[in-house]
Each structure stands twice: as C-alpha cells, then as structure tokens.
Ligand binder design. Structure first.
Ligand SMILES: *Cc1c(COP(=O)(O)O)cnc(C)c1O
Length: 383
C-alpha cells in the first residue's frame, strides 16, 4: 500500500476535525451566522498573533496580504527599507517595485539573519524611509530573524514595521504588539493547519495613520474599505465561507493547547530534526534556524532536485528542495502546524533511505536514533 506524506513547508497537513468542518453545506455571508463566524475567527487569530490591532482576512494566498501591506502603505516614489535574505524577502522588493515605490534593499547572505543594527543605521541616515519590510522566518533558507530587536529599533522611528510571518506565525514566537510589529502578514497553509486560500494582515494605529495618509491604488485589497465593513463583521467581497468555518476549528484546536505551548512543541520537533541531520553528518543551512522548517545541506554528489522528486514519486514523501540559488543543494523538512513526533521520524527515515539509495555513505538509522533521543525527553534538549 502506497501512502502519501505531506512534509513540505506549505501547504502542510490539515487535522481531520478541520477537514470535516469544511464538509458542511455552504451558507450565505450576509447573515448573522457569518458575522458571528467572522467575529469568532478574528478573536482566535488575535490570540495566536498576540495582538489587539485590527486583523483583516483576505481570500488569497499569503502573497495577497503581502500586496495589501504594500499597496495601502506606499505611494509611488515612497522609500521602503527591505530585508532581503531569500526568496520571500525578494518578494517584498518586487512588490515595492510593482507599486512604483523605491525599495532600499539590505542584502543578507542566504542562510543568515539580518543584523538589526543595519536597519537602525539606514533609518538614522535616511528619514525618507516610510516602512521597513521584514520576514520572520525566511522559509527559503529556514532562517529566523530577530523581530523583537528589529521592533525595538523601528518603534523609535516614524517608519512602520511590516513583517511577513506567513510560514512562522503559529509555530515560532511572535509578540505582534509587544514587539511593535505594525503590520503582520500570515497565510493559512503553513503553521495554522489549514489548506491554502486565506491570508491575514494586522494593522496597528501607527500603520493606520500611514494608510490614511496614502492615496492607495489598491482595490480588492483596499484596507480602508475593509475597515468600513469590519465595523459590522462584514467583508467588502464574498468571503471564503467554507475556509472560514475550517479556520474557526483550527484556531479552536490551537488556542485550546495555547500558543506558548505550541511554540515549545515546535522547538522540540525542530531540535529533533536538527539533531538527526547532524548525526547523519549533514550541515544545517540556517544560522540561526527557525523552528518551523529545517533546511539541510545535501552532500555535494547528490542532486537535490532528483532527491526531492524521487522521494515524492517513488516513496510518497513530499518535502521541499532549494529555491533559486539554493536549487539542488538543500532539502527542507517542515515540522510546523499539524505535525507530531512521528512526522519528524518519517521525514528523517525517508532522507536516510533516499541518500543511501543515491549512493551516499551513511549509517542507516543514525538520524532516526538522534531524533528519538531528543523526542523521548519531553522537554527536548537545550542545544
Ligand atoms: C509560503 C510563504 C509565502 C508565500 O505565500 P503564498 O501563500 O504562496 O502566496 C510568503 N512568505 C513566506 C515566508 C512564506 O513561507
């Protein structure tokens, strides 16, 4: 019997309870039933995002909410500071360009985090910068950026802080309000245990001042229009009702466990994945690594594109390879959202088997054993 395992950093697995919720009949959205659903989902999201700020839901993938965080904030010609340390940082730059703004790009070596002091220096030197675009976990490299330190720097400035937390929020710590993140962007198909199709953006009072000042070219993603509808828990357009019903269930599961416990759960799985990679003599790409996805450098003689393809088509295991300049040289294993101990064991076991199959010298079981050593200890190890 062939089984399929989805262990990629998005889309991720969806709990059966959530899938079952979404099997219910569709209902109309201009109703009290929908408004109640919307209100409950917003409360659940605010608990996960750790914010009292406004939260908007768009029927799009994560990039739609990224577009909202650019189109509503930057007028043509406006300067924005962009941290670019991977594929998703590049997306901020491309979005700024698409809306006629001027990105000032901080190039960060792929696999490394941005030094917050560089952001401070740019803001001090250039008072025309109106927004800073960052990524919490750069999913293309598995790196975690220090948003707490970045927030402390941007807070003292007139610029607003925008953060792409699409893959990481719901997996790794994000204190939106306490850290001063003015706009946080999140997607449904990563740590929130949902299928693709919903995206979220939070808006602080400081970000609203900027948005109200800006003559935006946004239409579908117009946040001012969304704010008006929000007063009655309505949406300007037809919301993705079925996904919203699923999300209410997913949030109920997350908030029942509690977001702080969930962060710890992710750390434990990440420690197991990292210990396994090291035990196999493989290097980790990310420094520092985020606890939602583990990026592993493959041995030089292994074609990473082939490895990922063989795993999926011959073994039923979907993990991710490298993107752009990392193509063929790394693999990325996700342990976020609806992932447990044995998802990590399966991923590591599959990696061992495929590397063996592709002619690498390694001790079968060494990675699995190292992962088990971490997982049998409920607290995880302190690395
Ligand atoms: C997945 C991801 C995105 C892209 O989101 P889409 O849902 O594909 O539009 C953006 N940023 C990060 C960090 C991601 O992990």
């Amino acid at each position: 019997m062939r089984k399929e395992y989805l262990l990629a950093p998005g889309p991720t697995q969806v709990p059966p309870e959530v899938l079952l919720e979404m099997a219910r009949p569709v209902f109309h959205h201009r109703t009290g039933e929908y408004r109640k659903l919307h209100e409950e989902v917003l409360a659940g999201l605010k608990a996960v995002f750790r914010t009292e700020n406004d939260v908007f839901i768009s029927s799009s993938s994560g990039t739609g909410a990224m577009e909202a965080a650019v189109a509503n904030v930057l007028c043509p010609g406006d300067k924005a500071l962009v941290v670019q340390g991977g594929k998703f940082g590049e997306r901020w730059t491309e979005l700024c360009e698409a809306f006629g703004a001027q990105p000032v790009v901080i190039e960060v070596e792929w696999g490394k985090a941005v030094d917050p002091e560089i952001i401070r220096k740019h803001l001090n030197d250039d008072p025309d910068i109106v927004a800073v675009y960052t990524t919490l976990s750069e999913t293309s490299t598995g790196v975690a950026n220090d948003l707490q330190s970045i927030g402390a720097i941007v807070k003292k400035n007139d610029a607003i802080l925008v953060c792409d937390g699409i893959s990481s929020v719901g997996a790794v710590p994000m204190e939106t309000d306490a850290w001063g993140v003015d706009m946080l962007v999140v997607g449904s198909q990563k740590a929130l245990m949902m299928p693709p199709g919903l995206a979220f953006v939070t808006v602080s009072p400081k970000a609203w001042a900027r948005i109200d000042f800006c003559e935006s070219t946004a239409y579908y993603f117009d946040l001012k229009r969304a704010r008006k509808s929000m007063k009655t828990f309505d949406n300007p357009w037809t919301p993705a009702v079925t996904l919203m019903v699923g999300l209410r269930k997913a949030l109920e599961i997350l908030n029942e466990r509690g977001i702080e416990q969930i962060w710890k759960d992710h750390t434990r799985l990440a420690q197991a994945a990292r210990a396994a990679a090291k035990a196999l003599g493989l290097e980790l790409l990310a420094d520092p690594p985020a606890d939602c996805v583990t990026a592993i450098r493959l041995p030089k003689n292994v074609d990473g594109v082939e490895l990922v393809k063989k795993l999926r088509t011959e073994h039923g295991i979907t993990i991710a390879g490298g993107q752009a300049e990392l193509k063929g040289t790394i693999c990325r294993i996700s342990h976020m959202g609806y992932a447990g101990d044995y998802d990590v064991i399966i991923a590591i076991s599959a990696l061992e088997m495929i590397l063996d199959e592709m002619g690498c010298e390694l001790e079968l079981g060494a990675g699995v054993r190292a992962a088990e050593q971490v997982l049998k200890n409920d607290q995880g190890t302190s690395e």
